[in-house]
Design a protein around this ligand. Structure first.
Ligand code: G3P
Ligand code: MG
Length: 355
């Protein structure tokens, strides 16, 4: 590999390693690069700026299309990041397109959850916010929320529905990113899930509920970890289970699910085919050689380390002390293969070990 460390003497090795970077608490805190992330990433490019070590971002965060996130990251980190290198919690939702492409679905979370889903190809998407705006007083305290668009006095009538939500059933609900208004989202999701997708109806259709991740806490811009989507899920689940005859059913995506790491391995293999100095391995079959090592660099032991451990070979977990984990030694329940102070130290270790 042509990384800034000396290439391996034995060229046969090529790039038989790849790197998955967690974002929050490893690369960024909020929007601020940490741990020497810009200079660490720069070492994965060759002299003419081409990618020479296959790497991607494997984050449970999200809320904007991968193309937009890649542009944001490129600007913040001052390296050229492709959309294919950005795997977010909701990225695998595109695999549900066959099931719900032409069905009415609702999506919630920070950013633009409806745009995320429409860009995957879903044809009839409403943000939960827009869906709720079709039902006056569905949120009994909305008038007290400073951020609501209209002041109480001249509150406009509910916007004109794009879909007739009084007769068209919501067939699935997606929590795409960290919810902004927990109270409204818990209320409306309970309404939708208890009514079979059609408020006021008593249908026994159970709209599936998908979460892009299940992080109880994560590292944001505040110095101490913050409640994540997993905390929201626990709140929703406890309210739903107390207010309806059945228990909440849901599916969570994101790390530490093994399929997320399997998918990352496939993407890294595709990136390797276009990035390695001598991509021809196995007698000229492009990029078909399995990776010797895949490094997962994360800050959350129960998400990043646990996920790499569950995924097994060839994953190698590196835990940084810049996010959720701040311990001196290793994490007791999910001990990483290596613990470092920063992502820069992690990349330094990898390049010394591999190149
Ligand atoms: O909302 C983001 C948070 O859940 C964790 O993000 O990048 O640490 O996987 P990340
Ligand atoms: Mg993290």
């Amino acid at each position: 590999c042509q990384a800034s460390a000396k290439p391996q003497s034995n060229h046969k090795q090529g790039c038989n390693f790849g790197i998955a970077f967690d974002i929050d608490g490893v690369i960024l805190r909020g929007r601020v690069p940490i741990g020497g992330s810009p200079q660490a990433l720069r070492r994965l490019y060759g002299d003419s700026g081409e990618l020479s070590v296959p790497y991607l971002f494997l984050t449970n965060g999200g809320g904007v299309p991968e193309t937009k996130r890649a542009k944001e990251l490129s600007e913040l980190l001052e390296v050229n990041i492709m959309a294919s290198q950005v795997v977010q919690g909701h990225s695998p939702f595109r695999n549900l397109l066959k099931k719900f492409e032409n069905e009415l679905i609702i999506a919630t979370g920070k950013g633009d959850p409806a745009l995320v889903m429409s860009e995957y190809g879903f044809k009839k998407v409403l943000s939960l916010e827009e869906f709720a705006s079709y039902f006056e007083n569905i949120d009994p305290v909305s008038q007290y929320k400073k951020w609501t668009s209209m002041p109480l006095s001249n509150k406009k009538a509910p916007s004109v529905p794009i879909y007739d939500v009084s007769s068209e059933r919501v067939m699935a609900a997606f929590v795409v990113s960290d919810p902004v208004d927990w109270g409204r989202d818990i209320q409306v999701l309970c309404d939708v899930l208890r009514s079979g997708g059609l408020l006021g109806d008593a249908n026994n259709y159970q709209p599936p509920l998908y979460f892009a991740a299940d992080d109880l806490e994560y590292q944001a811009a505040f110095p101490y970890k913050r409640l994540g989507m997993g905390a929201f899920r626990i709140a929703l689940e406890s309210v739903f289970n107390r207010t309806s005859a059945k228990s909440l059913e849901y599916v969570t995506y994101g790390k530490p699910n093994p399929f997320v790491f399997k998918n990352a391995e496939i993407i890294l293999s595709q990136l390797r085919s276009s990035s390695c100095q001598n991509p021809y391995e196995n007698n000229g079959v492009l990029g078909s050689q399995p990776f010797k090592t895949l490094y997962m660099i994360g800050d959350n032991p129960s998400v990043d380390v646990k996920g790499a451990q569950q995924a097994g070979h060839p994953w190698f977990s590196i835990l940084t002390r810049t996010g959720v984990f701040r311990g001196k030694d290793n994490h007791t329940e999910f001990p990483a293969d290596l613990v470092v102070d920063s992502v820069e130290e992690a990349v330094d270790y990898i390049l010394k070990r591999e190149c």
